[in-house]
Design a protein around this ligand. Structure first.
Ligand code: CP3
Length: 347
């Protein structure tokens, strides 16, 4: 029986209170993050600087006492390590060399040893964090899901409707499948190495899962995720995998049934009653406070939090937001929410 609250909940055990952590809990809303970020200059350099990345990973726990730290890195480090060069420009988000046809897919580096060598600083960060972690807190590793990472690669950056990625998938499914397969292989190696370095659970972020129709969802979201979870379970049967197929709606049922995940992350659009009756009896759930309510704060934030605790607190669940913390969130709101969550379901 694991002693850390997060791992207990992910194993389907009742906990004295629901564990909590927040997606993007390390980041620009924290003054101490901005300070380290300014020293590093560039966001990518920060991701590949183990002492600084480890420091940033631990910053939110010192202030707010979350039950888990999430590795400070980015889902786009994998394409970068595969030779799809990445840059972050201020105010513009990520920019990548686009991958739009079979030739571009073939040019990606699929030499596992070379890719691993480029990602080695991330594994170093994981071991540093694990060594410095408070005893009660767990360390979560992560990667993007192949579909979401592919959308950034095909678009050459962030997008709105991902028309290019979806057109690629319809127009040349064999080439798109090759891209997805390469991402599956790289993601398995990446998460395996994070776990060997000390990650105690991993999360797959599928931010753009909701852009897919249900047939495409099966092929580009569920199947690649299952390939990853199958390989990871083979190597690390006891390490839980959280899947977060954002805005997947009713497709969440198929995802939970077939993606091979241990727990399912829910966005703010998922109704509490529906999740409590349809999803929570099958596996632990995680979510789903609207990050906008964290930005807003006050009674509205605490009332919404109470509704989640009341509806989901009776069975294993992990409190989280429905998506990441935004840079405009006041530190005092995160402190108030964390204090409330540390008090348990009925304060
Ligand atoms: O959650 C954490 O605290 C761990 C670190 C983490 C980051 N990104 C740090 C980051 C995690 C888990 C991610 C995941 C990620 N990255 C996702 C999936 C989750 C989601 O938010 O949907 C996606 C889609 C990305 C890609 C990405 N990274 C984008 C689109 C951007 C730019 C948008 C923005 O907020 O500026 C990033 C940059 C990024 N990743 C920042 C941080 C702290 C901001 C960089 C900065 O300091 O300028």
């Amino acid at each position: 029986m694991p002693s850390k609250r997060l791992l207990q909940a992910l194993a389907g055990k009742r906990t004295d209170r629901p564990p909590f952590w927040f997606m993007r809990q390390a980041g620009r809303y924290l003054p101490e993050y901005r300070q380290v970020r300014a020293q590093a200059g560039d966001f990518l350099a920060l991701c590949f600087d183990p002492p600084k990345a480890a420091e940033i990973t631990l910053q939110p726990l010192r202030r707010f006492g979350m039950d888990a730290a999430i590795l400070f890195a980015d889902i786009l480090l994998i394409p970068d390590a595969m030779g799809c060069r990445l840059a972050f420009r201020d105010g513009e988000g990520p920019v990548l060399e686009p991958v739009r046809d079979l030739d571009a897919v073939r040019r990606l580096d699929d030499d596992g040893a070379r890719v691993a060598a480029r990602l080695a600083p991330v594994y170093d960060t994981v071991s540093r964090v694990r060594a410095a972690l408070p005893a009660e807190a767990a360390l979560i590793g992560f990667a993007g899901s192949p579909w979401t990472v592919a959308t950034y690669m095909v678009e050459g950056g962030g997008g709105h409707d991902f028309a290019r990625a979806r057109r690629f998938a319809f127009g040349d499914p064999a080439a798109f499948a090759m891209l997805i397969d390469r991402l599956v292989a790289a993601t398995i190696d990446y998460l395996d190495a994070q776990i060997r370095a000390g990650a105690e659970a991993v999360q797959l972020f599928d931010t753009w899962a909701g852009e897919l129709s249900s047939a495409e969802f099966e092929r580009w979201c569920i199947e690649p995720t299952r390939a990853i979870t199958t390989a990871l379970k083979h190597r690390h049967p006891a390490v839980p995998v959280i899947g977060f197929p954002r805005r997947a709606g009713a497709n969440l049922l198929a995802y939970q049934a077939r993606a091979g995940i241990d727990a399912i992350g829910l966005d703010a659009g998922v109704p509490l009653d529906w999740a409590a009756t349809q999803l929570q009896p099958v596996s632990p759930i995680q979510g789903n406070l609207d990050p906008m309510l964290l930005a807003f704060g006050g009674a509205a934030m605490l009332e919404a939090t109470q509704r989640i605790l009341d509806r989901w607190g009776g069975r294993p669940f992990v409190f989280n937001l429905g998506h990441g913390i935004t840079p405009d969130v006041p530190v005092s709101h995160v402190a108030a929410l964390s204090e409330r969550l540390r008090a348990g379901t009925t304060p």
